[in-house]
Write a protein that binds this ligand. Structure first.
Ligand SMILES: Cc1ncc(COP(=O)(O)O)c(C=O)c1O
Length: 400
């Protein structure tokens, strides 16, 4: 047997190779300028991103985690001397809940809609009723698909609290009405971590808002709350986007739409290959039986899923064996996320048990992310889909 072809979960080398001349020149220009923190390159990138995001103001910062911190600091008066709660999903990257705790607030973990994996509006409404001092709502646009913004904006309005959109995985995602995510809440936050759809050569992040006062506050808070120089209105943080990151991101932003198209093509390839084997999408629970794989459900246009991740669902008792087999076949995968936040050790004092959020718990045991990056070749896609279909075929035959 010949060696299987290698399909890493993510390989950024082809992207760099294609853009090397442009990126190297942009980096060299920053080096020549010796202007490394904020400055004209960052302002130019912010202006470009502001157009792309369809937001009034964007503010670059040190990371997506910092963007969440900055948003909370700008929107919750009286921090850190306030006791209050923020509703956010449990099934997300740690930074979402971590930012809430870091500013001394209490995360109130919400379950997910099992179809989209995004925060469940009905559960959020129930939790909001139980909070004694709700100060914000923080939905996440997970995997690159929009959360139900109509529902969360209505909830925010009902309780008079801001909605912070964690759009770290969703630059370019459109919601059910075709709006760019991150633009309808009070503040949107993004990450430019290298593995994101728009990734830098290190850490980077951004906030967006349509409110000029909040934009001003965010700009000041990213430089220690300083305005003018050496005068501090409040205690901010040191979280500045550096010019080298902005230069790289600026080059990459011009290609982002074509990368989204490639991600969507790759997702359609998998969808079709799995459907041909008998799979349906996540609107049908695995418990209903049939072929034991669910493809991701994408909201219909004008919504747009940008597939930062392509995540399938298989029965919990198959998931880890499938992952091991894919590893042996040189196919990279990841589990986003094996431990939902309500089950993390650092939040044990909040007193949750796994079953409190049954859909988050189940998703953490059933989901597995496949390679989806734009540069995948047809041969690689065929290898991934073919390996999974063959492995499941053997399993189904054994159990029949
Ligand atoms: C949903 C979510 N929120 C926040 C972050 C934090 O972003 P960063 O890694 O840039 O701090 C990430 C990044 O992985 C994320 O996926």
């Amino acid at each position: 047997m010949t060696d299987p072809i290698n399909v890493p979960l993510l390989d950024l080398k082809p992207q760099y190779k294609a853009l090397k001349t442009e990126i190297d020149a942009a980096v060299q220009a920053v080096v020549d300028s010796q202007y490394f923190i904020l400055g004209p390159t960052v302002s130019e990138f912010e202006a470009k991103c502001q157009q792309y995001c369809e937001a009034e103001h964007v503010i670059g910062c040190g990371s997506g985690s910092d963007a969440l911190l900055l948003a909370l600091m700008a929107l919750v008066p009286g921090l850190p001397k306030v006791e209050g709660q923020v509703i956010c999903p449990s099934y997300t990257f740690f930074a979402t809940g971590g930012a809430i705790s870091r500013v001394g607030l209490t995360p109130v973990y919400c379950d997910i809609d099992p179809v989209t994996y995004n925060m469940c509006p009905e559960h959020a409404a129930t939790l909001a009723e139980q909070c004694d001092n709700l100060v914000a709502i923080m939905p996440v646009h997970l995997y690159g698909q929009a959360a139900d913004m109509d529902a969360f904006l209505e909830l925010g309005e009902r309780y008079g609290v801001p909605v912070i959109e964690d759009a770290a995985q969703a630059l370019g995602t459109r919601d059910a009405h075709g709006h760019m995510v991150g633009t309808r809440g009070t503040v949107g936050t993004w990450s430019f971590f290298p593995s994101k759809n728009l990734g830098g050569f290190g850490d980077g992040g951004m906030c967006s808002t349509d409110d000029p006062d909040i934009a001003g506050r965010l700009r000041i808070d990213r430089v220690h709350g300083m305005e003018p120089k050496y005068y501090h209105q409040h205690v901010g943080v040191n979280s500045r986007l550096d010019a080298l990151q902005a230069a790289v991101l600026s080059v990459k932003l011009d290609h982002l739409e074509s990368w989204h198209e490639a991600r969507q093509r790759n997702a359609a390839f998998y969808d079709q290959a799995f459907a041909a084997a008998g799979a349906v999408d996540s609107r049908t629970p695995l418990a209903d039986g049939g072929y034991p794989l669910r493809t991701p459900y994408a909201l219909p246009a004008p919504a747009r899923h940008i597939y930062n991740q392509y995540v399938i669902r298989v029965p919990a008792d198959m998931r880890d064996d499938l992952r091991t087999h894919l590893g042996e076949m040189k196919i990279g995968t990841e589990i986003y996320y094996p431990v939902p936040l309500h089950m993390q050790e650092c939040f044990a004092d909040l007193g949750y048990s796994p079953e409190d959020l049954p859909e988050s718990f189940l998703a953490s045991r059933e989901t597995i992310a496949l390679p989806i990056y734009p540069d995948l070749t047809t041969e690689q896609l065929e290898h991934v889909a073919g390996t999974i279909v063959a492995w499941i075929g053997d399993r189904v035959a054994i159990n029949a």
